[in-house]
Structure formats: structure tokens, C-alpha cells
Design a protein around this ligand. Sequence first.
Ligand SMILES: [Zn+2]
Ligand SMILES: [Zn+2]
Length: 1011
Amino acid sequence: MTGSEIRRKFLDFFVAKGHREVHSSSLVPHYDPTLLFTNAGMNQFKDVFLGLEKRDYSRATSSQKCVRAGGKHNDLENVGFTNRHHTFFEMLGNFSFGDYFKKDAIAYAWELITSKEWFGIAKDKLYVTIFNGEGGVPRDAEAYELWLAQGVAKDRIFEFGLKDNFWQMGDTGPCGPCSEIHYDMGPAASDQGHQDCAFGCDCGRYVEIWNLVFMQFDRDASGTLNPLPKPSIDTGMGLERVTAVLQGVISNYETDLFMPLIERAAELTNVGADALVRPAEQSSARARGADLRRTDESVRPHMSSSSHMDSAGHKSAASLRVIADHSRAATFLISDGVLPSNEGRGYVLRKIIRRAITHGRLLGQTKPFLHEMVFAVRDLMQNAYPELKETAEQVSKIVLGEETRFVHTLTKGLERLGDVMIVEAGGTPGFPKPTDAVWPPVPDLVRECKRLGYPLKLRGVEAFKVYDTYGLPKDFIEDYCRDLDIEFDRAGFDLAMAEQRERARASWKGAAKQIANPAYQQLPKSVFEGYFILDHTPFYAESGGQVGDRGFFYSDELNAVVAEVKGCYYPVQGVRAHQVVVKSVPSVGGESKTPPSAKNAEGWGTRSTPITGVPRPSPSFGEGGGFDFTLRVGDKVDAVVDTAIRESTMRNHTATHLLHAGLREVLGKHVKQAGSLVAPNHLRFDFSHFTAVEDEELQDIEDMINKEVLRNVRVETIADVPIDVAVNEYHAMALFGEKYGDRVRVVKIGDFSTELCGGTHTGATGEIGLIKILKEGSVSSGVRRVEAVTGEGSLQHFRRDHELESFVSGFVSPTLAQKTRKNGAPIDDSGEKSTSPPSAKGAEGWGTQAGDVQAEFSPAEALKAELEKKDAEIKRLARELDQVRMKSASSSVASVGEKIKEIRGVKVLAHRVDNLERAQMRTLMDQLREKIGSGVVVLGSATNGNVALIVGVTKDLTSRIQAGKVIGPVAQKVGGKGGGRPDLAEAGGKDAGALDAALGEAYGVVEGLLS
Ligand SMILES: [Zn+2]
Ligand SMILES: [Zn+2]
């Protein structure tokens, strides 16, 4: 039986027993913010078990994608080095929500695994366990009798205590005894080489394959166990282990769930076939330690005992297993929307990917390879998880990006590791560093240290810093040290790691609980200046990306607006706080300033009573006298939402849903919302996507969503839907990190978009008006952002564009202007075109004749052509001007004779020609030197207040006088300095006003130098 057949058979068995087959929920537990990843089949049914949620079925079965990594459940370091540790695994389960209980659960389980028709496992290989009664909880005698009734021999039923055979969801709530079914893999599976150990030994021989939880009690806060009125069943069978059992292999990695991946990994890392052979010396897999349901027992990482590692084949096999396991986890996590990052889920994913890459490097593969594994995972698992067909391409790109980034990390990390060890070695300056990320690193460091007699030791705390800062994996560091005979302080490393984990755990808890501002905990008694809480309100409070409503509070009594509401948000769940600025209004019977009667009529007002809040007086407090400024608890106000703002916001919200769906349609299903802002004037949408969105793609999206607008599709909101139904049956898009209640609201726009959303929406898409995407860009690695406008925003946008177009039309040459309209209104006075009514041409609308294409220019094209033409013209003119200037400068050469002076037998000329460029000055210098034959020429030019100087000395004189020496003192006069060769020197200056004087003194400078 293949692994896929086993999965199918399990589900078929329970469907035949009246169970609803429920699709696996996402690895990201939308319904439970306290969980990092979905880690058991029962996660998606938690609220059903708690009685908070009802389904239309009371029996369910599923094959659930699970990830356990980075927490107390699963030390990442073990994975690949044991037989049964995985980061990603599939949990098969059957569930009864107050329907059947122990009797049926036990009978079903026994039938499925022993019946020849189903799994047909030999009964003499099986053991079962029951709860023995401990800590005041009675023994599960009922289960004992039921197992006996199935024909299980008495000596095959074992009894264990609270630690092994009792389950609870938390400190309070549902709990109950459990029964486990174990399989005897035989002496070959024993890590410790036991030949005849008995059941209960944890050497790896006896493997738990199925755990049946009997939810029987409800533990209250005092610790008392009260019988649940409707006891329930929750079971979990690890697909990987049961497959190992049914395929007669000891390690999960030897099943067909892994072998194709391991083979592909071997190909991609160019490892020989010998690495695929199972190492004779089996690494430890303590069956109970590897228990999928409770893995809190400590398992020693195998990396730590180097004696296990001396066979190269073993090491390679372990690395291939790591790659196989981690490529499954990475593929499914990214497919479910997790992206590598430095925090939370993304951090765990990054660690998994990096560990896989590291093991590729240990096998000698320094080029990216892991991204190819994604396709191997898809090929193997797409039948059970069809979503992989759609996501694999994009997932692979993301993995490739991470691989590329990691090369950089390794380079930096190894460099740093070299630094750290140099310090340890005594800090020899100029020591050769291993800067090459290629494995193994250049061992010069070691050789040199040994030559110098330095002890080589890597302190744990330093190694951890490198691990933590650069992400250089521990395995990598350890292997680095081992291969180069460097002592690695593992204890120090582990201690540093434990400390950091403690910190991480504390911060995750904090994030999950969303601790509210203590100021709100005493509501409604507390006073919070500037914020108001009403007993009921029409104001939408900021959530799900949609901004809070704006509007005002109106007092009937005062016949005036008493406060302007600037926003509204949830300080705690269910309490809406209004951010207000209180108005000054006449105190008694006075006229209100601007009664909002007009708006009032349209507004979405309700009469409300503030139950808390005393406002800060507005800045205008006291002006004019006779005004009452205070809004007090107990006052009655009409809370009026600004309808225009709200409607604009609604348009943008519905447009956001269309945009989200359009992005997924055009770019792929990997696109998931990563952030959203729905404001009245625009919308902003962040989403996962790895490359820039092409202009054509953006246009496709824009066309597609505006088509939905024009179809005027009704926007349906379906309230009060159980979360599971919404996600798994409506296939509504749920957002990560968003906290959903047990029952959610689904917003459906035809067949185009279905999302979980609590926001406000238009009644139909037509109300949105036109959606115009304004820009697209990058937010961070793997996250893109699109901004768009709708309704009046689009109108404003096009009005501005039109204005620009009109301007362009006037600006560009008349011939072009006539041709600037594209598919628009009639373009010229030729009667036959403009007079044909739109109806005559039907859908084509007005516009030019179809054949008239070559004459059409868009305003942008016309402007571009015009600017290019003008640019060329400017360049031509500049060139001409230069030539004219040069000509006039050259013509001045003829008349410089009178300026030439003889100083100590040397001809000296100081000459000024303004507005010349340097190159022109050099040309002129050549002409002047030629003219005087032998001598010194000082040339100055002022342009826009800046001075350029050049001094030239004819070759025959450079032994007597050097240009560089002449230019210094001259440049100084104009506030500059310079230098150069003996025959030519240049300088700049800032004081154009002093140029004449500076040139006048040039003669004296030359005289001084010649004397
Ligand atoms: Zn044993
Ligand atoms: Zn929404």
C-alpha cells in the first residue's frame, strides 16, 4: 500500500462510518492566535469541542497538514537524525462532536488497523494502553473492558498515568483519558540493540501509531472534573509512522512518502547512491520521545555524539533526510502564505530553509538546489493537496531567493567566525581569514594557529552570536569545528540558545494575548480625555484595514454640533472609542453656528448616550462667553457619520476585494494580502509576490476588476458563518495574523471574490465607479504594494490628467495637437468624423476611423516627441553657441600682442576670455603658446561667478619655471587652488570679481619665480 493509498483508505473508512471528510485547514491557524502553526487534526475543530460553535455534522475525518518546529514540541536539530521526527507531517484523525464515544471509537480503530479489508496489521504486533487512574482521576475501566471486548489479550493491555495517558486542552476545559495503539517493530528497530526487551521500553522498538482521546470531563477553575454532557472523540494517527508500519520499514524516511524526495535530493546534491542506503548503524529514534502527540520528553540531538557520526555514509543519509523533510515543510508553509522573515512564523520557516541549504552544503552542493525540491514535493503530494499545482512555481522562486540571500549570510557568518576564533587564538593581527563560503572553509586559520601553538576553541557564547546575527546554523558551526579540529563549547552555545528561546517565548505570548491598554479595563467607569464611548453608535471602528468613520455628535437640546468625530477605533474588543474634538456652542437657546441639518438628514445617525468620557476643552474655549463647552457622561447626542466620507471608504473597500481577487487571478494564487489600508481618498494593498508586477499585468488586473465594476455585480454579505465553513466550504480568503471570532462574516462578489471581512461595502460593484491603479512598488522582500483610487478619486485623477492633456495639446506643435486624441471625442473639424453619432458606430463609440491609426498619438507620446525635438534643438543651439564663443576667443588671440611682457627674457601673457569651458580653454592655450613661441601664458575665464584658470609654460622653459608654481599664487587671489604638470596647470576659483586683479599680478608672480 502506498502512503497516498493509506491516507485515502483512512478517510474512506470513516466516511463509510458516516463521517464528513473535511479538508485540511491551513498551516497558519487563522482561528487560533495562540498557535504558531497548526499542529494537530483537532485544531480546526477546537471551538466545536468547546461547544462554542455548531456544525451541520457531528462526525468528521481529516488528513491535516501539521508543522511542529522551533517550539518545545520539536527540536529542529533532531529532525533527520532520528526515524520519526519531522517538521511537517500529516495527521489522520476521526472526530466525534458529542456523537459516538469510547465504544465506537475503539471498535472503529481496531477494525481499521486489523481488518484484512483495511490495514490488516497482525494483532500479535499490537499493544494498547489505557489510563491507570492517578491524581484523583479514576482508572479508565471502561476502555479496558472495551479493548477486551475487541479480543485484545489482557497481557497486551498496559496501563499508564497522567503523563502518558491523559489529555487536556489547557489548565481548564475539556480533558480526559486516552488510549494508544502501539506497534512492535522488532529488535532491529531498537536503538540500543535490545534483542528481547518488553513493551514499555523506549529504545525505539515499540512505536505509538494511534492515540484516541476520550474527552470526558470539563475541568473547572478549582480543578474539579465535571462530566461533559456530550463527551467527544479526538484521535490522531501519524500518516508517516503508520506508513512505515504498513510498508515494513523501520524509519519513516524509508517509506514512499520520503524516498522519492530523498532520491531527488541526492540527484540535486550530486551524492552517490551509497548515501541512499540505510546506514547499518541506526541513529536513535526513541519511539516515545518521537511521539507525535506529546513530544515534550527531551531527546538528545544526535549531532552531539560524534561517535554516531563517523561514517560518512550515515552523515550523508542524514543530510538527505533533512533536505527531504525540510523541503516538505518549506513548500507547504510558503504555499499557505508564510514568507521567510526574521520574526514569528517567517523566522521558523527561514530556519528550516537555511538548515536544508546547510545540509546541501555539507554534501558539497554550494549552488542553489532547494528550490528544485519544491517541484519534487509537488509531484509527490499534489493529488492529496491540489493547491500545490498552483503555488509550486512561486514557492520555488521564493525558496531560490532565500537560497541566494543565504550565500551572503554564510560568507558573512564564516568571516565573523574567523574573527571570533582569531580573538580566541590571541588576536594575531593580519591573520588569514576564511572568507570563502565554499565548504569546507579555507583551513589556513587552523594551520597557522597550530603552527603558533595557539589552542583552538570556539566559545559557545561567541558561536551563538554568529548563529543569531548571521543565521549561520549550529550544524554548520559544529561541523566546521569538528572538521578542522577546533574545540566547540557546545554547553555554552546551548545555554545562550536557551536564554534566547525564553525571550522569544515571552514575546510570542505577549503578541498573542494583545494586552489592552489598562485604561480601558475599568470601562465604563474610567475617564479618558478626548475619547468617547457611546452606548450604541453607527460609527465604524478602524479594523481590517478600513479606517474608522468620521462625523459629528449633534445635540438636540442645544440644536448644534457639540463635537467633531475625527475617528473611531476599538481599544478592546467590542468597545468603540470615538476620537472627538469638542465644539464651542451657545449655551442657552442660542443659534448654533452651522447646524448640520442638511447632512443630518442623510447621515447614518443614531441617538446615543455617552457612557464615558470627559473631553478636553477645545482650543477655542472661552471665546465669546455664554457658551457651554462640556460634553458630560449622560448627555444625549445624535452620532452622525459623515456619509460622503463613509461612502468613499466603502467604495475603496469593495475595490480592495476586487483588487485582491484580480491580483490572484493574474499573478497567481500565491498572492495573499500582507497589509491593507482602506481610506476615503485612496486604498493601499500589500501582498506577497516575489517580483515587480509588469505594466501589462497591472493593466490586465485593472481591466479585469473594472469589468467587474461595469457588470454591477451585487455584493453579498453573509453574516454569522462558522469559520471552518467559511474557509473550507465558501473558500473565503482569510488573512494571517487577523483574529477571527468563531463565527465570521463572508463578503462575496459574484464568483469573483469571497473574503472574510467585517468591513463596510457598496451594495453592488457599480457604485465603486472606476478603479484606477496609480502605482506599484516594493515594500520589503517578497511583499509588493499597489495603490489605487476609486469613485471621486478616479474622477479627480482623470480631471488632472485631462488638464495636463489640454496643456500638452497647447504646448506641442499644432500638427501633433490635432492628432493627440485617441479613441476620444472628434479630433478635428472634418465633418464626416465628428458628426457621426455614437449610436451609429455602436460599441466602437466615437473616434477616428479604424484605418487612421498612423495619425494617432496619445498626449504622452506627443509630449515625448515634442520634448525630444526641443531637447535636440537645445543641444544644437548650445553647440552653436560654443562654436561662436570659441571663434571669438580665438579671434582675440590676434590682438593679445600688447599684453605680452618680457620678464627676465621670458615672454609672459595673462589673458581673460569669459564663458569658456575647460576644453575650450585648453584649445585656446595651445593657440596662445603657439603664438608666443616661447613663454608663459596665464588664461582666466569667468562663468556664472566661477573662475577657471589655466597656466601653460612652453617646453623649452619648464626647467626654469613650472606651471604648477605659477598657478598657486594666482588661484589664491580668486579664492581657489590648483596644480598640474610643469608645462600645464589648472585651477578653479570662486571670486570672479578678483579675476582681473589676479591676472594682473600673474606677471609679478612669474618675475618672483624667475629671480
Ligand atoms: Zn528496548
Ligand atoms: Zn474586507
